[in-house]
Design a protein around this ligand. Sequence first.
Ligand code: UDP
Length: 236
Amino acid sequence: MEKTTQMYEGKAKKVFATNDPDYCIVSYKDDATAFNGLKKGTILGKGAINNRVTNHLMKLLEQNGVPTHFVEELNDRETVVKRVTIVPLEVIVRNIAAGSLSKRLGLPEGVKMKRTVLEYCYKDDDLGDPMVNDYHILAMEWATREELDQIAAYAFKINQLLTDYLKEAGIELIDFKLEFGKTSDGAIVLADEISPDTCRFWDIATHEKLDKDRFRRDLGGVEDAYKEILKRLLGE
Ligand code: UDP
């Protein structure tokens, strides 16, 4: 498969068209942003780590009945994925209070939620990715009722699979963000990435943060945290 034209450049990835209209190639960058692009930086080695970690977790999900866009890892930073139309939603799953939920509800970080919390945000940088609910999503026709039910069911299933898997590696899954896409035949599949950029990972024993919060909050040891996740999940 050959890269042709660049279709899109986001904050952390580039997406290229290929000679086959059903496939794209994503290329992960070391660039990091936070607070809707206000904070910018570089996390050395991040692109390669996020590529490997994402593909590893997507394969695990596929094996357990969650369809994903993953096709084939090409090299350190690049992966072939199915071409999809992205549903313009950030699907956020929360097991433990942290980040914007803690702020919004006045809950200290680390408080376990009595039930898993699912949130949707409309993907629009100019609007600051506002939180929306089912009614907004249906009224704006970002997804149909059936698609949204499928997305929610996948999100809960992914949460269960990842929580159990990560626990084995001594990692607590605090919260994470998913994006879904629609293939040309109308199927909903998991897209985007699952990495320390998009998940909160805490060490189970010490509660040390092993994710992008180290960058967002200037905690230091950013590169080492990403490396630690790679090591615990892929043994390298
Ligand atoms: N998240 C993300 N991209 C976003 C916003 C959030 O990947 O644009 C992830 C974030 O890493 C965390 C979860 O979604 O794992 C919940 O994030 P939160 O709403 O607490 O926002 P934050 O505090 O990161 O601004």
